[in-house]
Write a protein that binds this ligand. Structure first.
Ligand code: IPM
Ligand code: MG
Length: 358
């Protein structure tokens, strides 16, 4: 098969981690006789420096016209003082909205080899950590009106959080469908004791539940969910939630699996053209030092093969190579522990690539 992949290296550690994922994809192409064509896309701080815009329109077009997009990370201290609508992150938000990828799938699964890296007690980890956060990605407070103005002489900032029923229903369906393919337990997370948008959210989820009698739906307030993720993560199968709650909870969920550097994500909308990115940021403090963990990006490439290109065997081969790499005792600095072999970013990419078997 021939696939056209838009590649966004971005800022900070983005270029180093994406390069490792491309090594892996090239090996897959060779073994399985595919052709992957890569088109470079500028987004984030590097695009601000080069084009004066975090995502110029023609860059977005390249993504929309591709078969899928692989992204490293964007942002950095250098662009902290630019106005909100020009920040590197705004490029990412425009990309997500422009591609219409409303459903962000973030797995929180502990690798058995890394159970010691979890900050949780062994007795909790041993009960198992394997759930998915389905995060609504192109609505809510991220996309409501933002403004800062003087009200009666006092600087005042406003961010609007709004959801309509259709937006809630389409992400709700993804939640139910995802649960249907797993252990059939869906936890809808909101703040219905305070927010109108959450009360509507809850109502829509319960209406949908009638169409999915095989899935067990539960409700949880977001503050309680934050607590339950560290207290009893084994209770979760699929969590569905709105944009900002999903942003926060997915960082927490990743950390209990050992390292945010290991977690991939997929974002999909109405078509198979998806956006695939690790869930961590651009880590400017360690950029250019060849010490970042590229596994989240490598696993994001595997998700791209599985969910957008229908290449399940190829995705399995990548995930198996990552598992073999961990079994062999290789660790990047973020998950390094006694007795293991410390590797850098590019070495990690080479070792995993070398371990891929058809
Ligand atoms: C994420 C990130 C982004 C988000 C930032 C970089 C805008 O934290 O993908 O979780 O908040 O969605
Ligand atoms: Mg985040």
């Amino acid at each position: 098969m021939t696939k056209n992949i838009a590649v966004i290296r971005g800022d900070g550690i983005g270029p180093e981690i994406v390069d490792q994922a491309l090594k892996v994809l090239d090996k897959i192409a060779e073994l399985y006789r595919h052709t992957f064509n890569y088109t470079d896309v500028d987004m984030g701080g590097c695009a601000i420096d080069k084009w004066g815009d975090p995502l110029p329109e023609e860059m977005l077009q390249k993504c929309v016209e591709s078969d899928s997009v692989l992204l490293g990370a964007v942002g950095g201290n250098k662009w902290n003082d630019v106005p909100g609508h020009m920040r590197p992150e705004k490029g990412l938000l425009r990309l997500r909205a422009g591609m219409g990828v409303y459903s962000n799938n973030r797995p929180a699964k502990i690798w058995p080899q890394l159970s010691d890296a979890s900050p949780l007690k062994k007795s909790i980890v041993d009960q198992g950590i394997d759930f998915i956060i389905v995060r609504e990605l192109i609505g809510g407070i991220y996309f409501g009106e933002h403004k800062t103005e003087e009200v009666d002489g006092v600087p005042t900032a406003v961010d609007i959080l709004s959801y309509d029923e259709k937006e809630i229903e389409r992400i709700g369906r993804i939640g139910f469908e995802t649960a249907r393919k797993r252990n059939k337990k869906l936890c809808s997370v909101e703040k219905s004791n305070v927010l109108d948008s959450s009360r509507l959210w809850k109502k829509v989820m319960h209406r949908l539940a009638e169409e999915y009698p095989d899935v067990e739906l539960s409700d949880m307030l977001v503050d309680n969910c934050a607590m339950q993720i560290v207290k009893n993560p084994a209770q979760f199968d699929v969590v569905v939630t709105e944009n900002m709650f999903g942003d926060i909870l997915s960082d927490e969920a990743s950390m209990i699996t050992g390292s945010i550097g290991m977690i991939p994500s997929s974002s999909l909308g109405a078509t198979t053209c998806g956006l695939y990115e690790p869930i961590h940021g651009s880590a400017p403090d360690i950029a250019g030092q060849d010490i970042a963990n590229p596994v989240g990006t490598i696993l994001s490439a595997a998700m791209m093969l599985r969910y957008s290109f229908d290449m399940a065997a190829e995705a399995d081969a990548i995930e198996k190579a990552v598992s073999d790499y961990l079994d062999a005792g290789y660790r990047t600095a973020d998950i390094m522990s006694k007795g293991m072999k410390k590797v850098g970013c590019s070495e990690c990419g080479e070792i995993i690539t070398g371990m891929i078997r058809k």
